[in-house]
Design a protein around this ligand. Structure first.
Ligand code: 5GP
Ligand code: ZN
Length: 112
């Protein structure tokens, strides 16, 4: 999608700090980290949000979670939180599916 920020980041048209990349997903550091470790994992293909996951595109979601598990192990993350805000009321500000991976501090529950 030509006017999508995260499509541009995945394509390398806007700079970001890469954490991991393969043919299906891109992972990069969040520009405004909310924890000592805070990176985003996105499908390279444009999916607007978790509400747009279908049988046709869900394989990339499973792959993203495999990547998250591998990165967490490689980075020695003791505990971590995976968050996907879906819709404005839930706090989504970029409408390209992304999984926040947060770690390195105590987390509270429920979230605000
Ligand atoms: P959301 O609010 O949609 O759940 O998450 C969007 C995330 O993208 C936010 O945590 C925000 O800090 C991050 N973000 C927004 N613009 C950029 C950018 O240009 N570069 C990077 N690396 N992160 C961004
Ligand atoms: Zn996009």
């Amino acid at each position: 999608m030509s006017d999508c920020l995260f499509c541009k980041i995945a394509a390398g048209e806007i700079p970001s700090t890469c954490v991991y990349e393969d043919e299906l997903v891109y992972a990069f550091k969040d520009i405004d980290p909310q924890a000592p470790v805070h990176f985003l994992v996105i499908p390279k293909a444009h999916i607007p949000s978790a509400a747009a996951i279908t049988p046709e595109n869900s394989a990339v979601v499973a792959h993203a979670f495999e990547v998250i598990a591998r990165l967490a192990k490689e980075q020695g993350l003791e505990g971590f939180r995976v968050v996907s805000n879906c819709g404005e009321q839930a706090g989504q500000s970029v409408f390209h599916l992304h999984f926040h991976v947060l770690s390195g501090r105590d987390m509270t529950w429920p979230p605000g």
